[in-house]
Write a protein that binds this ligand. Sequence first.
Ligand code: ADP
Length: 579
Amino acid sequence: MFKRLKTKLIVVYSVALVCFISFLLIYSSSHIHKEFTVFLKNELQQSNDYINTYCLSFHKPINKQFFSYEIVTVLKNLSHKSSMHITIIQSDGTVLFDSDADFQMMENHSYRPEILQATKKGVGTAIRFSQTMKADMLYVAEYFDGYYISSAKSLDTVNALISSITKNILVAGIIILVLSIGVTFINSSTFTKPITESLQFINNFFDGDLNARIYNYKDDELGLLQKAMNRLADSIQQRINELSGEKNKLFMIIESIHDPIALIDENKKLSVYNGAFAHCFDLSNELVNKYYYTLIRHSDLNAKIHVSLLQKQKIIFEETINNKNFQIFIYPFQDPSSGVLLVMHDVTEQKRIQQLKSDLVGNLSHELKTPISIIRGYLETIKDNICDHQTTQQFLEHALLNVERQNAIINDMLKLNQLETSTYYLNETINVKDCISRCIDLLMPKIQKKNLTIAMELDSLPEKITGNDFLAEEIFFNIIDNAINYNNEGGSIAITASANTNALIIRIADTGIGIPPDEIPRIFERFYRVDKSRSRETGGTGLGLSIVKHAALILGWKIDVSSSMNGSTFSVSIPTYKV
Ligand code: ADP
């Protein structure tokens, strides 16, 4: 009804005050009435005694004849002076005298309450309305020797007194009430202010204003309570900060994981996810609180999540989603109201490497087996048939050639493995022109054998660049070696250098057989050869360009290939910042 404490205080206090004033009024008026009646009764009794002693006792018997003109005058004077109504009644109830009415007209008084009482006890009293006096009267009757004297006095005075006192108390009460309400209002405002402030603080705090505090508290109990509330807020804020710190760390950890991760609650809605998850399903915007099946567009995965949510069952399976292979884990939380954790481990690279490994093993064993079979063939022929010296010599040379080929394959494989596994290569100052010259010197016998002409235009190259001599030599040696191997007899090789804003470009162009355009992307793969017999003839391992690719990757260089019927051009780009 009254919700505010201040209103309650005012209402309770006012009601208490009204009750108190009402009680005071009732108590005081009844007390005054009672005391005054006692006082009046004594007065009337004394008056009765006086009348009996001084007016009647000497002239007995008392009968109608007794009330002579003189006696009546004395009694009426007495009645008038003392404002009393005097009645003298015979013992049978006949009225003998009445100070204010004609006694002969009056009825018998023997049944009047005060007379009946006086008959029994000697003295009787009664209060009632007098038709003769037209007022509330107090009657005191006393029995004397064969007659009653009844004196009565109007109670108007006492009633007037009581009503005047009541009025005064009422006025004083209303003034006190108004003043009290005012004082209570001020007091209750002072009392309730800290409570209102505290409530305001609690509301602000719960609405998220963690810095809200109560200031200016007093030294009383409420002040101590407010101080305690502030301390509580401090510790809650600290705890919240700690928790949000932990939460942020957790989010950072989840975000940094490359595998898609999502937490789906028991209402089938997404509650936590990472960037990889959004990326995997091509989602943007805020995903939290959305149904998982509206986000994940994969019926099998959705069905398994549904089963896991329903049966609280851990599910692990493999699935291809958007051309990627995932090993998917769905972990249900044991708490019945917590949903499932979805972790999608991307195994695409793993699978690719596995495939590469098995391809490599297949290729390598094939590559190594071929020369061994050839060697064995030659040796068995020599052993079984005693050939002439020249043929034996020829077979042994062929066998040796294959041994060398096998040796070359093993060497190139070791080199490739070294490039793939070593993460660190010394960054040194190298001279590319010298490096290319060294490669040509090494390959000169082959160049001469094939009658090739070499043209070099490398003057624009800077003296020093940052790189690694071993890796640079691997790149240029293999490219120039191929330019020789796949060149035509009497052909030429041109090695030129140019520069643009981003890079130095060294081009190695030959006039050889060229590479078909659709084969170009594959020539850097291990053991890939465009023309297998030609490669074998030239003693190629099929690994040269793979070595080039890896060495360039480590150095941050770029290799481009263009080819036509007239030959091929390999361009090596060295970024300018390396210069
Ligand atoms: P290989 O040891 O067989 O030369 P590479 O890895 O060096 O192996 O080269 C792969 C294949 O690319 C070669 O077998 C050849 O078919 C082709 N190739 C490389 N360079 C040239 C070139 N300059 N001209 C024509 N074909 C080339």
